[in-house]
Design a protein around this ligand. Sequence first.
Ligand code: AMP
Length: 431
Amino acid sequence: MPFKALGLHPLLLKAIQETGYTEPTPIQAAAIPEIILGHDVIGIAQTGTGKTAAFTLPLLHRLHSNAPARARMTRTLVLAPTRELVVQIEENVHAYAKHVPIHITKVYGGVSERPQIQALRGGAEMVIATPGRLLDLMGQRCADFTGLEHLVLDEADRMLDMGFLPAIRRIVQALPKKRQTLLFSATLSKEIESLTHEFQHSPKVVQIGRRSNPAETVTQLVYEVPRHLKTQLLCHLLNDPAMNMVLVFTRTKHGADRVARRLDALGIKTGTLHANRSQNQRLRALEDFRSGASRVLIATDIAARGIDVDGISHVVNLDFPPQVEDYVHRIGRTGRANSIGDAISFICEDDYGSLRSLERFIGRGIVRKRAEGFDYNAPAPKLSPEDEERRRSPRGGGGGGRSGGQGGGRGADPRRGSSFGGGARTGGRGR
Ligand code: AMP
């Protein structure tokens, strides 16, 4: 089906063509006509399947086709959980909106407020924001949403979880009741779905593929490895030149830094992306990764939300995620837009329950692999003085990286364990 058949404005079609998209992805083909018609929509599709264009294109169409009630007012608000995601959505929207005169702005923390205040006061038609900074600026009476027509919650499962819910409720209270509301997400649990009634009216549910099914273009593998040899195994696997653009997930910020130091010491250019890094450092790390200046990027879950980098060859779960949703999001960073990718997970003694639950969830076993030429009986490597010091300190970050920190320690919270919990079935070998 060509994009033309979806009813989008010719100026948007021109931009789409220039972007190089030849036909809509399934989520775009299903969601765009519903959104153009003005329905509330819940869009569920795997990460990397073109969700961003699925909601931004029809909203740009509506903004451009319907005259505003008055000049210079905010008509569309897109909320996303992280700054990186806000930046990426805005980059996409700019490309799609290049032939239509729509003023778009982004609002997120960690950078100066002033230009954001000016843009809000100037009545930017589309505002793409993280909830925290937006609430700050709303508190300073910088935002006027009385003319708002559309609200989008991207990564809705995260937005309605993870402590964001009170902030979202406060923002939504300040919006007109009569509006179009879109929820987009790779995953949407039943509990969260029940909350959507608060924000939407008779939404159309657009679902592509099975809920939370990891992208089918990704080959998934598991390496069983003693905890103390995980970093060594990563270094060993990186001898393979096919691993040319590798995104590694660790549970904690300190874990990310520790592994980065090891790889750097081996001459492997490595960046890190986590909450202890400034906004500029994070953007720089992403840019270096995207351009190939660094071969490996090490990230924690929250910082990695919304990473949109084409061509990631491998995702490595150095620390296996206790939540199935995190696994899906992580491995969705490779195999994007139907390219091929590998997702490798390291499994230690404590991870078998989580692995079994994941396999139950995706309905098949994940292939186990052993690394050729790797010494599984090697002694624990000697820690650098810095890491030794950190390991000794009570807030440590050593060992398996289970200690506190953003993106870390969640596995220890029994309330979050509902999607895991170790089943009786052992993992089969699905492929
Ligand atoms: P998203 O799921 O929005 O993060 O998009 C994943 C990737 O797919 C991004 O790099 C988009 O630029 C790309 N993409 C989105 N729509 C299309 C399309 N119709 N054809 C080809 N690539 C697309």
